[in-house]
Design a protein around this ligand. Structure first.
Ligand code: NAP
Length: 433
């Protein structure tokens, strides 16, 4: 371990990555140097910035003399390593090397923490150094600290979050402007909200990684990424959006984390959210997380979930925290897994559903559909007839009361084979009520 430096000695900061986030962290470390030194109790000195290509053009704030392609050597001469390169390797090895050398870690890398967090937290605990990761979930929004510290005395029951700005932008464009899915994705790409390959976002992988991290924090239990049930938004059609609007809902990609009788439920999927729920008003690429805690009640965290400068704000906050610990002694909160709650299986999830069917437009069909639903122990909350096509086929929209996922799946299977049912066009969960 490098040991805690004397108050006046500058803390050596190594930044791994100088892309969208890293370049803004470097800029702000320079621009805010005096304020940060006063808040920390020692100056912060960037000793190197690791990148792949040291010759590539960079932001003016990124001094060429600081660039290196030897990240491994860099992390061994730092008090604080700020990992902003992303991906699993070499980020994981570099973080473990840095911890081994006694450095504190700040990272925004959700993919790495969702898959290998426990190994990193254990190494840090053994070395007595911090691992802070506020920027890994919901960018600029303070969420990790509230869950780890502010709510440490409360019991979190449920977390509902819009934690992926790209998918929120896409769904919002479909809802507000009637765009088809592909057109909305293309627009998100043109505006820089979506990658050229948008699959990590639209297939729900990014949100699932965040869900695993949030569930572990909220329920003091290790929730591996593999335990998060995941569905993306690629199946959402303009008809789904129109139908949602007609029933007073919007479609959102939600991360849903619940404490249930069967243990911790963690799932990511598109869901209908009632227009009067606070999450329904989250537009564009914004993120918001709704937390229900036993004593605190309902809390809502809202803000920018991505972008270089907003994310850098969260990274800077973490740098100040870990730097203070190095100057003044002490360590931040470590991983808390004492509860060791079981992980509930996805098919035990209980929620409301809306099923959209196309059926023959004739007497008695409704009774047949209702009979199938009842046979599987699912109870109907509402039935609405949608458009009647000229070919004698009508749209039927049924909303259920709370039902088990397994029962609903069996219901849909039987409905699909029912003679007057032409197609089951969509099955969407209804959340947040
Ligand atoms: P980015 O723009 O792709 O930048 C990645 C940087 O890391 C680049 O400077 C790249 O070097 C460097 N790098 C990548 N692999 C490397 C390697 N093997 N060795 C040395 N340097 C390497 O990424 P970003 O958007 O800033 O994201 C960084 C992290 O923040 C990720 O974990 C991401 O999930 C997280 N995050 C991002 C956002 C956001 O809005 N972008 C929000 C929240 C969290 P070159 O420049 O030479 O290619």
């Amino acid at each position: 371990m490098t040991g805690a430096p004397a108050d006046s000695r500058a803390l050596r900061v190594a930044v791994l990555g100088s892309g969208v986030v890293g370049s803004q962290v470097v800029r702000l470390l320079g621009e805010q140097a005096d304020d940060l030194a006063a808040r920390v109790g020692a100056p912060l000195e960037i000793v190197g910035i690791a990148v792949r290509d040291v010759t590539a053009p960079r932001e003016a704030a990124v001094e060429p003399r600081l660039l290196t392609s030897d990240a491994s050597a860099l992390v061994r001469r730092a008090d604080i390593v700020v990992e902003l390169m992303g991906g699993i390797e070499p980020a994981k090895t570099l973080i473990l090397e840095a911890i081994d050398a006694g450095a504190s870690i700040v990272t925004a890398n959700k993919a790495l923490l969702a898959q290998h967090g426990p190994e990193i937290y254990e190494a840090a605990e053994a070395a007595g150094v911090d691992v802070y990761f506020e920027a890994a979930v919901a960018g600029a929004i303070p969420l990790v600290r509230p869950l780890r510290e502010s709510l440490a005395g409360d019991r979190v029951e449920r977390v509902l979050g819009i934690v992926n700005g790209t998918t929120n932008y896409v769904l919002d464009q479909m809802t507000m402007h009637g765009l088809a899915f592909d057109a909305a994705v293309a627009q998100a790409q043109a505006l820089g909200f979506a990658e050229a390959d948008p699959s990590a976002d639209v297939e729900g992988f990014d949100a699932a990684a965040k869900a695993a991290i949030l569930a572990s924090l909220a329920f003091h239990t290790r929730v591996p990424l593999a335990a998060v049930a995941r569905e993306g938004i690629t199946g959402i059609t303009a008809d789904d959006v129109t139908s949602a609007t007609a029933s007073g809902h919007v479609i959102k990609l939600l991360a849903i984390l619940e404490r249930t009788d069967g243990g911790v439920q963690a799932r990511v999927h598109p869901a209908l959210v009632s227009n009067d729920h606070p999450l329904a008003g989250v537009h564009g690429a914004f993120n918001a997380v709704f937390v229900e805690a036993q004593a605190a009640g309902e809390l809502m965290f809202y803000g920018r979930g991505a972008g270089g400068t907003p994310t850098a704000s969260a990274v800077l906050g973490d740098i100040v925290s870990v730097a203070r610990h190095r100057v003044h002694g002490g360590q931040g909160p470590t991983e808390s897994t004492y509860a060791e709650l079981p992980i509930a299986t996805p098919d035990s999830a209980v929620t409301r559903y809306q099923v959209r069917l196309r059926v023959a437009d004739r007497l008695g069909v409704l009774a047949q559909v209702a009979g199938v639903v009842a046979r599987h122990g699912v109870s109907l909350e509402a039935v609405r007839q949608g458009r009647v096509a000229s070919d004698g086929i009508a749209e039927l929209i049924i909303t259920t009361h709370q039902a088990r996922e397994a029962d609903l799946a069996a219901t849909v299977l039987e409905l699909s084979g029912l003679e007057p049912v032409h197609t089951v066009d969509s099955v969407l969960r209804v959340e947040g009520s």
